[in-house]
Design a protein around this ligand. Structure first.
Ligand SMILES: Cc1ncc(C[n+]2csc(CCOP(=O)(O)OP(=O)(O)O)c2C)c(N)n1
Ligand SMILES: [Mg+2]
Length: 326
């Protein structure tokens, strides 16, 4: 315990980041269980394996920055600090969910935290990110937009439109591609003429880089550096985080397109295990502390699931509400 009491602010942040990655993982495992019991219906895309990207990137932002994401976004909204109970309730389609039960897994939203949504249309939210960035630029308060998408998005028209506009207008956007090597069952090299995705941004003269998405420290550092440049008015930045999803594309995926050995190899580089080792070796984690963190995370996710289960369905008369903007 003495070790914990002597912790510096940086060490406390590191333990917090590890715990957030553990929370995301447990949340996703619990969501999968609920899906198997038909408590969650529709689509469910799990983020397991990619946690270091969400926590490294979203955790490096300021409270007034905006985040906009694709449909594999549970980890992003949790890393932004949204209540796990309200996120789980949204997956259940309940009234207490972050979107009142109207959006479900792919359409999480939390305006208070400037989390401007998950979007189901691949690359559809990239132009929206530019719109948010125009607002940031006009207000001149130094806010930026973190726009997260998958490798599948880079072959869509909106990707190119958005990058072009962002470059021309020097918009404060950080484009973050989570390259998990597959878009549904299609490997990147089968569909992308340029496999090293970050090089795509160079066609628009946007500075870009590739980072190990299985390493919290690397992702955070890269995002902090990019943010500094963006906030200095240098325009957009593009980061590619190399990562891997351990589970299938969605809950209905037989995973016939990839080898089990490939999954095993990536699991051996697990971000949570890697950070745990690092914090153990450097003496930041106290004796038995990882297990204590795990049990706190387990309890928190159980409470979130219980909240979702016990929450009411949205009332029928609310069906036509909030369909159009006022
Ligand atoms: C415009 C569009 N085309 C096709 C789809 C069907 N679709 C859903 S997810 C997906 C794959 C996207 O893969 P990626 O962007 O790499 O994200 P990941 O699932 O790997 O996180 C596709 C093609 C869609 N949602 N939108
Ligand atoms: Mg992908």
């Amino acid at each position: 315990m003495a070790k914990v009491a002597e912790r510096t602010a940086r060490q406390t942040d590191l333990v917090g980041a590890l715990k957030m990655m553990m929370l995301i993982r447990r949340f996703e495992e619990r969501a999968a269980e609920a899906y198997a019991r038909s408590k969650i219906k529709g689509f469910l895309h799990l983020y397991i394996g990619q946690e270091a990207v969400a926590v490294g990137a979203v955790g490096a932002l300021r409270p007034n920055d905006y985040v906009i994401s694709h449909y594999r976004e549970h980890g992003h909204i949790l890393a932004r600090g949204s209540d796990p109970g309200a996120v789980m309730a949204e997956l259940y389609g309940k009234q207490t969910g972050v979107t009142g039960g109207r959006g479900g897994s792919m359409h999480l939203f939390d305006v208070e935290r400037r989390f401007m949504g998950g979007y189901a249309i691949v690359a559809g939210h990239l132009p929206t990110a530019c719109g948010l960035a125009i607002a940031c630029q006009a207000r001149g308060e130094g806010d930026l937009v973190l726009c997260i998408f998958g490798d599948g998005a880079v072959n869509e028209g909106e990707f190119h439109e958005a990058l072009n506009l962002a470059a021309v207008w020097k918009l404060p956007v950080l484009f973050l591609c989570e390259n998990n090597l597959y878009g549904m069952g299609t490997a990147v090299e089968r569909v992308s003429a340029v496999e090293e995705v970050y090089k795509r941004a160079r066609a628009y003269e946007i500075p870009s880089d590739r980072v190990d998405g299985m390493d919290y420290f690397r992702v955070r550092e890269a995002v902090l550096n990019a943010s500094e440049q963006i906030r200095a008015g240098q325009g957009p930045y593009f980061l590619e985080a190399l990562t891997f999803r351990y589970r299938g594309h969605s809950m209905a995926d037989a995973e016939l397109y990839r080898d089990k050995d490939e999954v095993t190899e990536w699991r051996a580089r697990d971000a949570i295990e890697g950070m745990r080792r690092e914090l153990d070796e450097s003496g930041v984690l106290g004796e038995g502390e990882f297990d204590r963190l795990q049990s706190e995370v387990d309890d928190e996710v159980e409470r979130a699931a219980a909240f979702a289960e016990e929450s009411p369905e949205p009332p029928l008369e609310s069906l036509h509400q909030k369909v159009y903007a006022d």
